[in-house]
Design a protein around this ligand. Sequence first.
Ligand code: BG6
Ligand code: MG
Length: 218
Amino acid sequence: MKKFEAVIFDLDGVITDTAEYHYLAWKQLGEALGIPFDREFNETLKGVSRTDSLDRILELGQRQNDFSLAEKEALATKKNDHYVGLIQNVSPADILPGIAQLLIDLRAKGYKIAMASASKNAFAVTDSLGLFDYFDHIVDAAKVVHSKPDPEVFLKAAEAIGVAPETCIGVEDAAAGVTAINDAGMYAIAIGTDAGLSHADMVLSATDELTIEVIENI
Ligand code: BG6
Ligand code: MG
């Protein structure tokens, strides 16, 4: 019997490099507000919902009390409009190295596959990548009450595909996402070189290191 039944993937930064587009869009908004930030600060935004990301940026610039709720919504919409423009040309060529083959191999070996994304754009991006049919279920930001680092999005994905959390592997590029996987009681694989990912069970520096052999040898 297999040790794990399912693999639950984060989207941005794991399946495709949209994490870079989120960064560019937030960075431009931050600069327009007089709150410049670097990639190190951006690590703390990864996996974090749109509204929480805006709050963190405003806090960084000590401007958290400068905007009404409606103004903050307008700022978040402005960022999203920019982001949606940046992802217009996303295509299957943007799937990160090794991921397409891994999805094929997981299917062939009988693993269930789900997605747990903090993004409200998850369905559109997955569709643009041509990967819709590989996922047994997708949970996006619209379906959860508590965003990462809360485990809800991973637990909902496991429930939807009918597997127990402890039989799931979660794959993430964000510190908040690894915390969510850990608190869901799943095995956490982190992708990336950031020191903030060390609470994962396994850390790989890039997606092409995550192969079916790696998963079967856990
Ligand atoms: C996560 C990204 O997947 O989705 C975050 O890692 C992003 O950077 C979040 O802020 C929310 O995305 P969206 O598309 O709903 O604004
Ligand atoms: Mg991510």
